[in-house]
Structures are given as C-alpha cells and as structure tokens.
Design a protein around this ligand. Sequence first.
Ligand SMILES: C[S@@+](CC[C@H](N)C(=O)[O-])C[C@H]1O[C@@H](n2cnc3c(N)ncnc32)[C@H](O)[C@@H]1O
Ligand SMILES: *[C@@H]1O[C@H](CO)[C@@H](O)[C@H](O)[C@H]1NC(C)=O
Ligand SMILES: *[C@@H]1O[C@H](CO)[C@@H](O)[C@H](O)[C@H]1NC(C)=O
Length: 279
Amino acid sequence: MEASILFFRACLALLALPIYLLSFLGIWQPFCKKVFFPFFLEHFSAIHEKKAKKQKQELFRNLPDFRSPSGELKLLEIGTGCGANFQFYPPGCKVTCTDINPNFQQGLLRSMNKNQHVHYERFLVAAGEDLHQVPSGSVDVVVGTLVLCSVHDVNGTLKEALRVLRPGGAFYFLEHVVADRSSWKYFWQQICYPTWKLVFDGCCLTREIWKNLEQANFSELNLHHLSIALPWTPIQPHIVGLDPRPSPHALSQPVPFSLTERADTNPSHLTSAQPKVLY
Ligand SMILES: C[S@@+](CC[C@H](N)C(=O)[O-])C[C@H]1O[C@@H](n2cnc3c(N)ncnc32)[C@H](O)[C@@H]1O
Ligand SMILES: *[C@@H]1O[C@H](CO)[C@@H](O)[C@H](O)[C@H]1NC(C)=O
Ligand SMILES: *[C@@H]1O[C@H](CO)[C@@H](O)[C@H](O)[C@H]1NC(C)=O
C-alpha cells in the first residue's frame, strides 16, 4: 500500500513537473495566489455551488435565529474567496469578509452584485488564525466553508472564531475532509495529497477536521458527514454543521439542523446601496 502510494505520487508529480519547477524557482506561489487560484476558485465555486446548494440552504436556514437582541445579524466569514455563500445570507445581514489573499476582487464583485440583499460592511485581509482587527464577542455568526482545509492552524482558527463570537453566537461550517481509511477514496487522496496542496494553494486533503471541531470548546456541535457529488475529485467526503457558543441565558437549545429537504426557500427582495470597497 505505502509503496504504491509513493509510486503513484511520483507519477503525479512527474505530470506536474513544470509546476514543481516553477515552485522551486519561487514563481509558482505568487502566480498561484494572484492569477491561477482566483481564476480557478471562481469556476470551481460555480460547480460546487450546484452540487452543495441544498445542503447549504438547509445549513444556513436558521441563521436568523442568531440575530442579536437588537435584531441585527452580524456575520463574519473566514476565507471568503469569491463569496460563494452570500446568496444564503438573510436580507440585511451585515457581513464582514476576511481572507488572507486579497486577489479575489473580480469574483467577489460579481457575487456582491448578484446579492445586493446583504450589507457588505468590511473587507479585512486577515488570516483566520489572527483576527485581531475584530473585537472579542462582537459578531453573531462566523462562517467558514472549504477553508479549514487550507489554514495553517485549524485549532488556532477555531479559537479565533470562538473569541470573536458573542456568547450564544454560532460557527457554521462546510468542509471537505479525509475519507474513510478503508476506502479507495482515501487511497486516491493519499496519492493526490502533495501535488494537490501545491497546485491548489495549500489545500490539504487529509484533515480530520471533525476532530478539531469536537475539541474546540463550543457547546453543542451539530455535525453531519456527507458526500458531495464531485466525481473523480478527491474532495467528495464533507462535513457540514454548526456549533453554537454557550449562551449566558441558557436559552439556547441545541439548534435543530438536519439534512432533510424542506420545500420553502427564502426569496430576498430587499436591495440596498452597497459599498464597493474591497480589500
Ligand atoms: C477553497 S477556498 C474557499 C473559498 C470560499 N469560502 C468558498 O466556499 O468558496 C479557500 C479560501 O481560504 C482562504 N484562506 C487560506 N488560508 C487562509 C487563512 N489562514 N486565513 C483565512 N483565509 C485563508 C483562501 O485564500 C481561499 O480564499
Ligand atoms: C488541536 O487541538 C486538539 C485538542 O485540543 C489536540 O488534540 C490536537 O493535537 C491539536 N492539533 C494540533 C495540530 O495542534
Ligand atoms: C477547552 O477548554 C478546556 C477547559 O477549559 C481547556 O483545558 C482546553 O485547552 C480547551 N481547548 C481548546 C482547544 O481551546
């Protein structure tokens, strides 16, 4: 098993040799961050959106439950990328976008124009591990989708999410994760791992992110394993769910969230003038 993984890894690396060479020369990483990954992500997001739309609708359905007593919903997104989640946010939701890479303007602008029901409050170039610009306990909801695969420090990122959330707020996630060890998918992930990480801006295929979430000291982890139909890719196994921070009033019950279908959707008619200031 080990030897065959190494063999196929080497084959894949050979196929991607030009990229390894560019990387060796220090050219690939900046090109990837500025040009390739933003281009790739915009197209990939469109595909992933189609495949994961139902799950995301179901996941984000109860966002309004986390409005603060004043009726506002302040939401912070970690690793916003091209803004693949804006369409699921309720009208009037005040969004702070953060990403470590400021080169997603094109995709972001397109997504913002399509989703004018949301208030785009701030764009911070910040790592999930260090959100020092955001005061503790200042947001109602933190969202991260397909981002814990790429951060350097999953625990540190969850710790920051917990810090910026107000008591009773919640962390929402949808992540691809490592496959079952006895499956071919796992074998395929092991083969792709190094080249995938190089090509796709640090994305790790083999993280057991549910373990970090289980140990992250939120309160009532509500987590589901599921498979998103992305045939031939090593990123089919996903986890989805939310984790509320304990509420001081102890009113917050475990939040009901299941992946059963419900008919109604949430059409948003509200529009508003939006700031177009990006990172
Ligand atoms: C696969 S993309 C997902 C983007 C978007 N959340 C989505 O669901 O389409 C991963 C994103 O995480 C960002 N990212 C990577 N490392 C990060 C870090 N340490 N802190 C914040 N964002 C990070 C990348 O720049 C990229 O925008
Ligand atoms: C993350 O935190 C968990 C529990 O606190 C710990 O078991 C694990 O080793 C940590 N992971 C890393 C990479 O530090
Ligand atoms: C969770 O809380 C416990 C007890 O308060 C603490 O020992 C532990 O380090 C915390 N874990 C993380 C990942 O912050």
